[in-house]
Design a protein around this ligand. Structure first.
Ligand SMILES: Nc1ncnc2c1ncn2[C@@H]1O[C@H](COP(=O)(O)OP(=O)(O)O)[C@@H](O)[C@H]1O
Ligand SMILES: [Mg+2]
Length: 214
């Protein structure tokens, strides 16, 4: 199996505090990997390193066999996309957010593509012109996920994205992510959700800044 990530002797510390300690793991291409562990164990820190938002204090991360430091950050973010637990919509309207992925790729806004994505998460085209202040938390999370996926990356990292959602919204998100995974997207999902953990095919546990099993 091809590896999308190879993490070698990765440590991360702030001052004297060791947050991640000698992490070694491989993530295979196309997998749906579930990352679990107690609050404060270092899951988000590890995900932020894989997303190249922060750099490890020591050790290496390879993406498709190349050190992540060798990639242009803008390009890298299009290939490895990070979805936050508390998504923020920027600008004034939903369109401002869904236009952004087109802008960074210097492409024209494709309304029919956006409509297709909105429908995937049970939202209709009327959402395009809505004010960001007029959408609920669950809608915000779904719109933010579309922003991550409208130009599908190679890897999607979801950090507790279903945490604040009701059962219906969770199901919509699960369905969409399963479909993308079937089409080849590698997904790393951090979760505390028991149903998601029960369904997990590949589980990584982080405890106290260390990998507890692989
Ligand atoms: N920028 C930071 N400054 C200080 N401490 C941090 C910072 N980022 C994370 N930490 C600490 O690192 C530990 C791991 O945090 P985090 O990766 O967010 O854990 P998790 O996502 O598993 O809940 C926590 O104790 C947290 O307080
Ligand atoms: Mg976290």
């Amino acid at each position: 199996m091809e590896k999308v990530f190879e993490v070698k002797h990765l440590s991360y510390q702030i001052g004297e505090t060791k947050i991640l300690k000698d992490i070694n793991l491989n993530i295979e291409k196309g997998k749906y990997v579930t990352v679990v562990g107690p609050s404060g164990s270092g899951k988000s820190t590890l995900m932020r390193i894989l997303a190249s938002m922060i750099s490890p204090t020591s050790g290496d991360v390879l993406f498709n066999g190349q050190p992540i430091t060798s990639f242009d950050p803008m390009q890298y973010r299009q290939r490895v996309s990070y979805a936050f637990q508390q998504p923020t919509l920027f600008g004034k309207t939903v369109k401002d957010n869904l236009q952004f992925p087109f802008e960074v790729r210097k492409k024209d806004f494709d309304e029919s593509l956006v409509k297709k994505y909105l429908e995937m998460v049970n939202l209709n085209e009327s959402y395009i012109t809505k004010s960001v202040n007029d959408v609920s938390g669950g809608e915000k999370q779904r719109i933010a996920l579309i922003r991550n996926l409208i130009f599908p990356p190679e890897v999607l990292i979801t950090d507790e994205v279903t945490a604040g959602l009701d059962a219906e919204n969770k199901a919509i998100v699960h369905k969409m992510l399963n479909e993308f995974n079937k089409r080849g997207l590698t997904i790393l999902r951090v979760t505390h959700d028991e149903t998601e953990i029960d369904d997990a095919q590949n589980l990584i546990t982080i405890k106290n800044g260390e990998v507890a099993n692989v």
